[in-house]
Design a protein around this ligand. Structure first.
Ligand code: XLF
Length: 322
């Protein structure tokens, strides 16, 4: 493979001059530039993007840290982040955190070593570290870092819509399966749901799941002690939790929607694959992926992103489970 060294031999110019020319990182005379161009053509030189990045200090790489790829919402989001980054000529380096501080911290260290141009994190546990990083960052689902731009779905409104929907369908004995209390987004869903129930004078029971979906975790253990048959409406904090509740109810002979109406959150693809198809609050992975990359790119380019908190609209998708 032809290298900068070969171009140097061919032209008689120093490696430094050639690197300055290729990376546009300093002065090179017109005459030398022409010589280098001719050598590039003659030797059919293709720049090594990584080496080029090391010289130019611009890697064209974005670091992405997602909570888990076993949750279809985050898998979809990752797909859209990658697609949108590509539109701007950037690639992504992906890490998963499993919502674990130590894993997230290792991922951040590696991303710094890769000298990425910017980072997108989801459900971060490392607020202080992010605030201190001198690099453009977008947090998805955390608005508590000062000076860091955040993107979230309108989770509070989502909770309100979920309650109103169950209420309009005639539910009176309602359960909310909420997400772990350290997740900002699911706390907002919970608050929206509960406040709306209070407005309508309806008492809601709440049961907290201690984790999001993990392939090696027995979520059924977390649900088997609840008497699901005593409810007529359930709002689960995401589609994964909702489909788990659905399959468990079917297993013990509770009919959905005849006995219990069920609503999830995300509108990830699994919500349309289960039977009955799940009613859910959509947070569009496509729109969120687009927004995160757009804001990060503006930030990388040094444009003013004075609005720090960005809410992406949500929509009720009514299907068979209600
Ligand atoms: O963090 C929340 C909980 O789960 C996230 O938006 C999700 O809804 C994804 O499934």
């Amino acid at each position: 493979m032809v290298s900068i060294r070969d171009i140097s031999k061919h032209t008689g110019l120093s490696i430094g001059t050639i690197s300055r020319y290729i990376n546009k990182s300093g002065y090179v005379s017109e005459k030398s530039g022409e010589k280098i161009e001719a050598a590039i053509k003659a030797l059919d030189y293709v720049p090594n993007e990584h080496a080029r990045a090391l010289f130019s200090k611009e890697t064209k790489l974005i670091g992405v840290i997602v909570s888990s790829l076993s949750n279809p919402f985050f898998a979809e989001l990752t797909m859209y982040l990658e697609q949108n980054a590509k539109e701007y000529g950037y690639g992504i380096i992906l890490f998963t955190s499993d919502d674990d501080e130590e894993k997230e911290s290792e991922a951040l260290r590696s991303l710094k070593a890769y000298r990425v141009s910017g980072i997108i994190t989801t459900r971060t546990q490392l607020r202080k570290e992010l605030e201190e990083l001198n690099i453009p960052i977008i947090t998805f689902e955390d608005n508590s870092c000062s000076n860091v731009i955040s993107v979230s779905a309108d989770n509070y409104l989502g909770g309100q819509l979920a309650f109103r929907h169950l209420y309009e369908k005639g539910c009176k004995k309602i359960l909310h399966i909420k997400g772990p209390s350290q997740f900002y987004a699911t706390e907002m869903r919970y608050e929206g749901f509960i406040h709306e129930a209070e407005k309508y004078g309806v008492n809601v029971d709440v049961h907290e799941f201690l984790t999001d979906y993990k392939l090696d975790y027995d979520l059924k253990q977390m649900i088997k002690d609840i008497d699901l048959s005593s409810y007529d409406g359930i709002f689960a904090f995401n589609d994964i939790a909702a489909t788990l509740v659905l399959s468990y109810m079917q297993h013990i002979g509770i009919r959905v929607p005849e006995d219990v109406k069920l609503i999830g959150f995300d509108n990830s693809y699994i919500s349309g694959l289960v039977n009955p198809k799940l009613t859910t609050i959509e947070q569009s992975a496509k729109d969120i992926g687009f927004k995160c990359i757009e804001l990060l790119m503006n930030n990388i380019k040094g444009e003013d992103v004075s609005q720090k908190e960005h809410l992406v609209p949500i929509t009720l998708i009514e299907r068979e489970s209600t």
